[in-house]
Structure formats: C-alpha cells, structure tokens
Design a protein around this ligand. Structure first.
Ligand code: CP3
Length: 328
C-alpha cells in the first residue's frame, strides 16, 4: 500500500501524502521541450507514448505520492465525437460538437493504453479523472464570449437543454471512468471546476445527482473517489461531501479551513494551497502550508493545491513545499 491510497481510505499514515493538480504541464522544462513539437495539443493527448512520458515527468523529478494521467476534461466530449482543436496563442480549445451523436469510447483508447503503460513503468499510484458533467456540458454548450457574460441568465435560458445533456454526459462519464478503472488506475477524481456558477437547486440536479450516479458505479473500497466541486458555496460543498461512495473531497483555495468541521467527517480531504501563493513562494508560502497542515492534523489529508499549478511557478517553490510537508 501507499500513504496516498491509505489516506484516501481514512487510514493513519506516517506522513501527509502530496501531489499537485496540473503537476504535469508547462511549469516543467522537460514538458515544454516535448510540447514544442505539437502545434495542436490534442495530438499529444492522443499519443499514448507521450501521455505516459508526461505523466511520469513530475513524479520522476519530485518523487510525488501520486501521478495523474496527462489528459484533459475534453476527452469525454471527444468520445462523444466532438472535434477539438487547441490553437496556439492561449485562446483556449475550440470544441465543435453535434449533441445527437453517440459515444464512441474507443476514441479514448490512447488514454487507456497510456494508463497501462504508466502502470508497467511505475509503482506510484495513478489517478484517473474526468470533468464533471456540468463543467463539461457548460464548456461544450457556450463559447468563450458567452462564458464571460452573465452565466446565470444564460444557464436559465437553456435549462431544459442542459437537463438532457447532463444525462447524456453522465452516462458517457461513467463509461469513461469504468474503462480507466479496467486499464488500472488507483483512484478516480471528478473535476467539477465550474460548480461555482450554479445556484442551490441547479447544484442539486446538475452536480449532486450526476456525481451520485457516477460514484455509485465505482467500488470505492478498491478505487477511491475524489470529488472537486470548485468554488461551490460552503453549504453546497457540505452536501457534496455527503454523497454516497465519495472517499475524499478536494477543497478549492477559497474554502474556509474553520468550516472543515462542517463537512462529512467520515471521508478524507485534499487541498488547498492557493496556486498564486506557490507561485510567489517565500515565507507567505511556508506560513500558508503550515496553516493547512495544522487544520488537517488529526484528519486524513492529501496535501494539494486549491486549483492547478500556474505555468510560471518556479520549481524551487515546489521543492520547498515538498520538503516542508514531508518534514511534518
Ligand atoms: O491535474 C491535472 O493534470 C488535471 C487535468 C486537467 C487538465 N485540464 C489538463 C490540461 C484538468 C482537470 C483540466 C481542466 C480543464 N480543461 C477545464 C476546466 C477548468 C479548469 O481550469 O479547471 C477546461 C475548460 C479545460 C479545457 C482546456 N484545456 C483549457 C482551457 C486549456 C488551456 C488553454 C489552451 O489552449 O492550452 C487546456 C489545456 C490543458 N489541459 C493543459 C493541461 C495540463 C495545458 C497544456 C499545455 O498548455 O501545454
């Protein structure tokens, strides 16, 4: 066993396990070198050799307690036959999807093959993941201009369409998760990055219900489940932490540490250092890390960020973070 998997099963460990969301990516020079060969990032996400290589880069460099498969939340739309192009220049991916099309799970075969390759090469626990149905639907349904506008009005106008799509994307996510589990992942995380855009009623039907359905299909005594309802209100996060078969809740950097006590006390917790604090480093970083470690002292806790590593983050700050967490 590993301290990562033990912690997700609420077992006592000798030290706090640690990994970082987006640990595989642009902050690493070895990643940027590979990446420069791919004008369209999607070609990299569909190459199992490269996926496996990139997944292990941060693990080899930092000796982290978990790896996360190098992929994107847009893989589920891709299995639903979307065309996805990542353009140069940071304007984000362009998704073209016909919602009437059926899922072709085999389109994600490179991801499943990469999971097998990583498991052959490394004993480090491997996290598989998907975007939450809400986050994925939101991204596919609205273009970049619309996403910046008044989202609540936009959401209310499209309510019945969203209802239908959530159902379709939930089923597609279940298939995708189960295929990753068959390929050998050790834990599964659902990234609901846009949970914060929903009111309580919408959160219930588009976040709580789909997540309940997805986690019901996963035997979390073998493959622990992590949910990340980023930027949801505290009452919504409390509700989320009580979903059946959830092993761990990943807390975003705004979650107030004095409210951890209100969450489900039978699960584990992950998080929640602010990525900007890691970027800036110094005493502000060490104090923030200390505060987080103290807040979770007597609880099963996986140290992580409250959202992904920023591409400009200095490697030295990550090394200092790891040293501090391991010294506790
Ligand atoms: O810890 C992990 O590695 C998690 C995997 C993950 C990625 N993206 C990998 C990735 C997750 C959970 C995401 C989330 C995601 N991706 C969202 C939800 C919002 C969020 O930030 O949490 C959305 C909308 C996407 C789609 C997407 N993919 C965007 C907007 C971008 C950046 C813009 C661009 O055109 O490059 C990506 C690329 C992406 N996804 C990278 C990584 C590591 C960056 C790769 C690179 O730039 O070389």
């Amino acid at each position: 066993m590993s301290i990562f998997k033990d912690t997700l099963k609420q077992k006592q460990t000798t030290s706090t396990p640690l990994w970082l969301m987006r640990q595989a990516g642009r902050h690493l020079p070895e990643y940027r070198k590979l990446r420069s060969r791919y004008p369209n990032l999607m070609d990299m996400f569909l190459n199992s050799e490269e996926i496996a290589k990139v997944t292990l880069q941060p693990v080899d460099r930092y000796n982290l307690d978990a790896a996360i498969i190098f992929s994107d939340i847009l893989m589920v739309p891709y299995t639903l036959q979307a065309s996805i192009v990542f353009n140069e220049g940071g304007r984000g991916p362009v998704v073209d999807i016909d919602f009437s099309k059926e899922q072709k799970i085999e389109r994600a075969e490179p991801v499943f093959n990469a999971i097998e390759k990583v498991k052959e090469k490394s004993t480090t626990p491997l996290i598989g993941f998907a975007g939450g149905p809400w986050t994925t639907v939101f991204y596919c349904l609205f273009n970049s201009e619309e996403r910046k506008k008044n989202t609540q009005t936009l959401i209310e106008r499209n309510e019945s369409k969203i209802d239908q799509l959530i159902e379709k994307f939930t089923d597609a996510t279940i298939n995708y998760a189960l295929s990753q589990i068959e390929s050998g992942i050790d834990a599964f995380q659902l990234f609901e990055s846009w949970a914060g855009t929903l009111n309580e009623e919408q959160f219930d039907k588009w976040c709580i219900e789909p997540t309940t359905k997805i986690f019901k299909e996963i035997d979390n005594t073998t493959i622990p489940t992590i949910g990340f309802p980023r930027a949801a209100s505290v009452p919504n996060q409390i509700k989320y932490s009580n979903i059946n078969n959830i092993s761990c809740i990943s807390l975003d950097y705004n979650f107030p540490l004095d409210q951890v006590i209100s969450l489900n006390q039978k699960i584990s917790y992950q998080g929640n250092l602010h990525p900007e604090i890691l970027y800036k480093g110094g005493t502000e970083q060490s104090q923030a890390v200390e505060k987080i470690l103290n807040a979770f002292k007597s609880k099963p806790h996986v140290f992580n960020l409250g959202h992904g590593v920023l591409p400009e983050t200095p490697i030295k700050h990550i090394e200092e973070l790891i040293k501090q967490v391991r010294a506790e």
